[in-house]
Design a protein around this ligand. Structure first.
Ligand SMILES: Cc1cc2nc3c(=O)[nH]c(=O)nc-3n(C[C@H](O)[C@H](O)[C@H](O)COP(=O)(O)OP(=O)(O)OC[C@H]3O[C@@H](n4cnc5c(N)ncnc54)[C@H](O)[C@@H]3O)c2cc1C
Length: 484
C-alpha cells in the first residue's frame, strides 16, 4: 500500500489537518486543534505522560480534585504529549463502549467509566445506545456469568436465551437473520463515542481546569534515585516531579524499559499452572473499516432509534460471501458494528474483527493510519461486509459501499491481556490498558483519587502487577479474541 500522507480525516466541520512532522519524520497528528499549549516548566508536582484517554482523564480529574479539595489546582498538573491529544490509539479507536468481558473486575471499571461518560455525554460524544452481543449455545454459561457480574457491579444487563434471544433481536432489527442466534446479552449502559469528540471534550476539560498542557515535548527517559523518578527527561529539557503517571498506550513498553523493568516474567495461575519467561508485552494490530449507508438504508432500530452496537462471535459458523462462496481465510465468525456518521461524514457504520498478533516488538512510528505495516488487510473488507450481510438484510450489498481508506492501528497487550493499573516505581503509576481502554475513561478518575490522597482505590486493586507472581494471573475465556 502506497503511503498516502493524509490521515484518515473525519474531523467534523474542519478541513484536513496537515500531517505533523518531528525531526523530518511523519508523526500521527493530534486529532484536535492545539489551543493554548504551554511550554514545559522546570518542575511540577504531578507529571502525566500521554494525552490519550487515560492521560487526559487523569489530568482533568486530578485538577478538578485538587481544586475542589482546596489542596491545589490544575497548574500543578503537567500533561505532556509528544504530538498532542488523540495522536495514539484514542484518536483512531472504533469508540465502542462495552462491558463484554469474562474478567469480572473490569465490570466495575466500566461502571466507573460509564459514570464519567454520562457526566457530560454531549462534550464527550457519548451515545448511550446499548450493546448487544450474540452468541451460540456454547456461550450461554459465559453470558449468564457476565450478566450476573455486570449487574452486581451496578451495570444493568439482560440475557436472552433460545427463542427469547431471537425474539429480542427481531424486536430491535426486524430483518435480523436469527438462525445462528442462541444467546444474547444486552448491556443497557453501553454504547459508543465519537473518538475525536471525546478527545476534544477531554482536552477542553483539562484546559478549563487549568492543567498545564505541553504538547510537543517527547519523553526520552526517566531519571531515578532510590526507586523514585526525580525527573522526566524530554527532548525539550527535563522536568522535576513529585509523581508521574505514565499513560503511553502502545508506547508503554518503551517507558517500562526506561524505568528498568524486565522484558520477561514468570506467571502463576490460580489453578496451579505456570508460564516461565513470558514476554511482558505483545503487540497486536487491530483491523477495522467503515462503510457508507446508501440512500434508503439505515442502521436504526425498529422504533427509529440509533442502534445498539452489535457484536457477534460464533465459534462454529463459517463466513460466506453473498454469492454463497466460502471465505476460507478466517476460521470463525467475529464481527462488531456501530453507527458511525461522525466518522464517515455521512450515514455509515464502522466495525472490525479479531486482532492479529505481531509479537514482542513492533515499529511504532509513524503510529496509526500513517504506518503501511498496520493497515487492515485486503481480505478485511470482504470478510467484514460478508459478516454484516449474513446478519441483517439491510446489509446485503454493503461491500459496494465499503470505504477504501486507511484504518486500524496497533496496541501493546499485557501478559494475560488484562490491564495493568499499578505503581511501577515508588512515585510512578502506569495505566497500561492492554488495548481495552478507549471505553475506560473512568480509570483516570480512579487514578486521580489515588494520587489526591486516598490510601487505596479498591476498583484498581485487581489490576496490580503482583497478580503474576501471587498466582492470580487472569485467563478465563471462551473466545478467540485477546480481550478476556
Ligand atoms: C484500531 C483500534 C481500535 C480500537 N477500538 C476500541 C474500541 O472500540 N473501544 C475501546 O474501548 N478501545 C478500543 N481500542 C483500544 C483503545 O483505543 C486504547 O486502549 C486506548 O485508546 C489507549 O489509551 P491510552 O491513553 O493508554 O493511549 P493512547 O491513546 O495511545 O495515548 C498515548 C499517548 O502517549 C503519547 N506518548 C507516548 N510516548 C510518549 C513519549 N515518549 N513522550 C510523549 N508522549 C508520548 C502518544 O503520543 C499518545 O498520544 C482500539 C484500539 C485500536 C488501535
Amino acid at each position: 500500500m502506497a503511503l498516502d500522507l493524509r490521515p484518515n480525516d473525519f474531523e467534523p466541520f474542519k478541513p484536513a489537518r496537515p500531517v505533523a512532522e518531528k525531526q523530518g519524520k511523519a508523526v500521527n497528528p493530534s486529532v484536535v486543534p492545539l489551543v493554548d499549549v504551554k511550554p514545559l516548566p522546570a518542575s511540577a508536582k504531578y507529571v502525566v505522560v500521554g494525552a490519550g484517554v487515560h492521560g487526559l482523564s487523569t489530568a482533568w480529574h486530578l485538577a478538578m480534585k485538587l481544586r475542589r479539595s482546596g489542596k491545589g489546582d490544575g497548574s500543578e498538573v503537567v500533561l505532556i504529549d509528544k504530538t498532542g491529544p488523540g495522536a495514539g490509539a484514542t484518536g483512531l479507536a472504533c469508540g465502542c463502549v462495552r462491558n463484554l468481558y469474562m474478567t469480572s473486575p473490569l465490570h466495575t471499571i466500566l461502571r466507573h467509566s460509564v459514570d464519567v461518560w454520562e457526566s457530560d455525554p454531549v462534550n464527550l460524544g457519548f451515545q448511550q445506545v446499548g450493546y448487544v452481543s450474540v452468541g451460540e449455545a456454547n456461550q450461554e454459561a459465559d453470558y449468564l456469568k457476565m450478566a450476573e457480574s455486570q449487574n452486581a457491579a451496578g451495570y444493568g444487563s439482560d440475557v436472552y436465551i433460545g427463542q427469547d434471544a431471537r425474539r429480542f433481536l427481531k424486536s430491535i432489527w426486524p430483518d435480523y437473520k436469527t438462525e445462528r442466534a442462541d444467546v444474547v446479552l444486552h448491556e443497557k449502559p453501553s454504547g459508543y463515542a465519537g473518538t475525536h469528540m471525546a478527545v476534544w471534550g477531554l482536552d477542553q476539560k483539562c484546559l478549563q481546569w487549568g492543567v498545564t498542557r505541553c504538547y510537543g515535548p517527547e519523553v526520552t527517559g526517566y531519571e531515578m534515585a532510590n526507586g523514585r523518578v526525580t525527573h522526566v527527561k524530554t527532548d525539550q529539557g527535563d522536568i522535576a516531579c513529585d509523581c508521574v503517571v505514565i499513560s503511553a498506550g502502545a508506547w508503554a513498553p518503551q517507558h517500562w524499559a526506561w524505568l528498568g523493568r524486565p522484558p520477561k516474567l514468570d506467571m502463576a495461575y490460580a489453578d496451579g499452572g505456570a508460564v516461565k519467561d513470558q514476554d511482558f508485552w505483545t503487540f497486536w494490530r487491530l483491523i477495522e473499516g467503515e462503510a457508507a449507508l446508501p440512500e434508503g438504508k439505515d442502521f436504526r432500530t425498529a422504533d427509529g432509534k440509533d442502534s445498539p452496537v452489535l457484536h457477534v462471535e460464533l465459534m462454529n459458523a463459517e463466513v460466506r460471501r453473498e454469492d454463497g462462496s466460502l471465505l476460507e481465510e478466517r476460521p470463525h465468525f467475529y464481527t462488531y458494528v456501530r453507527y458511525a456518521a461522525e466518522r464517515v461524514g455521512a450515514p455509515g457504520v464502522q466495525g472490525g474483527s479479531i486482532p492479529i498478533p505481531i509479537g514482542p516488538a513492533a515499529e511504532l512510528e509513524p503510529y496509526g493510519h500513517l504506518n503501511d505495516l498496520y493497515q487492515a488487510d485486503d481480505w478485511f473488507a470482504d470478510y467484514w461486509c460478508a459478516t454484516l450481510a449474513m446478519l441483517m438484510e439491510r446489509f446485503e450489498g454493503v461491500r459496494a459501499h465499503f470505504i477504501e481508506r486507511r484504518n486500524g492501528g496497533i496496541g501493546a497487550f499485557t501478559p494475560d491481556n488484562v490491564p495493568v493499573f499499578d505503581w511501577v516505581a515508588d512515585n510512578a503509576y502506569m495505566t497500561a490498558d492492554s488495548n481495552h481502554g478507549f471505553k475506560m475513561i473512568g480509570v483516570g478518575k480512579l487514578v486521580a483519587e489515588l494520587l489526591e490522597g486516598s490510601t487505596r482505590v479498591e476498583a484498581l486493586e485487581p489490576f496490580a502487577l503482583k497478580r503474576f507472581s501471587e498466582g492470580w494471573t487472569y485467563g478465563d475465556r471462551n473466545s478467540n479474541c485477546p480481550w478476556v
